[in-house]
Design a binder for this molecule. Structure first.
Ligand SMILES: NC(=O)c1ccc[n+]([C@@H]2O[C@H](COP(=O)([O-])OP(=O)(O)OC[C@H]3O[C@@H](n4cnc5c(N)ncnc54)[C@H](O)[C@@H]3O)[C@@H](O)[C@H]2O)c1
Length: 235
């Protein structure tokens, strides 16, 4: 079902993006992963496969539309097609709103929200050709606000609304669109160091398996947003 398909995962060098890349790659999907630093990209690629026909590393900052355009043309040149886009790159800064700096705000809005639009805009013509999928990784923080979350909530509420509206616009091209809204995932997010104490959290590979489930679903019953919660309640 998946052999020969091509996926682009933004922010795929670690955390959720890397977990998704690993699971998709194990299914025979050719994967392109992006990150801002060449050494991180090279390291992640080496962990996935030494075979360049299976994995491509791209240096790209999702905050820069030209980077995303270049990333998609590299994928076209290398693999010849693009079937699945997983817009995952993101970050969080958690401070009371009166302490949040303009730089903190811009980091989150430009990465988590503008970056999402840039990735879609750069890839949409290829997705029209493949009648593919555009999946964003938003968060439960995209519908639930919390203390010290103002900037992150703003970016993720925006990401959920953006993805849902895009779903309606792109339906006529048979592009399938949805957003995954995870609770706490064991990653480096927000300066965390993943550890055994994270066993209760969602693991990055769980999200890879969820993405595969989405691809196997009847597209007509694909919801515009999908929540996934860890085993511990209220997280
Ligand atoms: N970890 C969680 O608990 C959690 C929960 C819900 C949603 N999320 C979301 O999942 C996504 C991935 O987060 P994670 O937990 O894997 O964090 P992470 O810090 O482990 O990984 C984030 C990835 O995004 C990349 N990235 C950041 N800014 C980028 C940019 N401008 N351009 C390209 N790549 C960039 C990083 O290099 C890294 O590879 C984010 O959108 C985050 O908001 C995380």
């Amino acid at each position: 079902m998946f052999t020969g398909k091509v996926a682009y995962i933004t922010g795929g060098t670690k955390g959720i993006g890397f977990g998704i890349a690993k699971i998709l790659s194990e299914q025979g999907i050719r994967v392109a992963i992006s990150g801002r630093k060449k050494e991180d990209v090279d390291h992640a690629v080496s962990q996935l496969s030494s075979d360049p026909s299976k994995v491509l590393g791209i240096v790209s900052n999702v905050r820069n539309f030209q980077d995303e355009e270049k990333a998609v043309s590299e994928i076209k040149k290398h693999f010849g097609q693009l079937d699945y886009v997983i817009a995952n790159a993101g970050l969080g800064v958690f401070k009371p709103v009166d302490e949040l700096s303009v730089d903190d705000w811009n980091d989150m809005i430009e990465t988590n929200l503008s970056g999402l639009f840039y990735t879609l805009k750069a890839s949409v013509e290829e997705l029209k050709k493949s009648e593919g999928y555009f999946i964003s990784i938003s968060s439960l923080a995209g519908t639930n606000f919390f203390e010290k979350g103002s900037g992150y909530n703003a970016s993720k509420f925006g990401a959920v609304g953006f993805t849902q509206a895009a779903m309606v616009d792109l339906r006529k091209y048979n592009i399938k669109v949805s957003t995954i809204m995870p609770g706490s995932v064991s990653t480096h997010f927000n300066g965390n160091e993943p550890s055994e104490k994270d066993a209760w959290k969602i693991q990055p590979e769980d999200l890879g398996n969820l993405v595969l489930d989405i691809f196997k679903m009847n597209p007509r019953s694909l919801p515009s947003k999908i929540e996934i919660r860890p085993s511990k309640p209220n997280n």
